[in-house]
Design a protein around this ligand. Sequence first.
Ligand code: HEC
Length: 243
Amino acid sequence: MDPAEDQNLDYQQGTVSTVDLHDAIRREDPLQPGGRGAVGAVVIVISSIIVFLGGGQLFTASNGFRDSIYIHPHYVPDPRPSLGGGDEGAAQIAWIDQWMNEGKKVYNNCIACHQASGLGIPGQFPPLVGSEWVDGGSKRMGAILIHGINGPFKVGGQTYNQLMPAWNNLNDEKIAQVATYVRRTFGSLPEGEDGVVTTEMIKSAREEFKDHSAPYTEAELLAIPQDAQLSGAKVSLETGAPL
Ligand code: HEC
């Protein structure tokens, strides 16, 4: 027998009629012509309502998909809460934050030796963290920054013997900013001490130390009491105005 006919054995032998064969399929399909079992009018109406309302909602609420939907044209950020007095709506950033940011920039001058971490390089450059020269009052810091130090010089029991350059070529403001940054970032200051050094304080330090020109020796710096402060008014951390 021809092998192609062999595959259609039932058909050829007439044991299953084609009509019978399709009956099963006709039975499984509920969507007969004539409406019985077709999608009902109610479903169509309800879906139309949903699509219509959804579309309307999308149209009105999306604002044309522009990002301005997130920012109201008349949006004005709330002012910082006032600490009372002073002019309302003044600087949004507290004075001390700006002062510290500037100080951090000036500190770039110091990084090569004292490192960004303030930990210095063992045996070569002393740490500012845990240093008795940073932890005390502001006067020693002022003297050091204005005239520098000539080693040998002890920090935390360790002797360094190099030259700490003078920074008197920086203006008073920059010296004040870096002194503030170093004291507040690396120092452990006494209770109630905010570590702030102002331009006015550095100005007075220049005046006070003007008879000195060479870098300080350790003995000279030790002669300044550890807790001595530069003279000048304390300022508000919020506004920088003298208290
Ligand atoms: C060229 C390297 C060098 C640079 C730059 C430098 N220092 Fe120093 N600094 C030293 C050395 C070295 C000493 C230790 C004294 C010595 O050996 O002369 C020292 C000591 C100090 C001290 C006292 C000791 C201590 O560790 O607390 C302070 C405070 C200080 N430096 C702050 C600064 C600041 C702030 C700057 C940046 C404005 C700066 N130094 C830049 C090398 C440097």
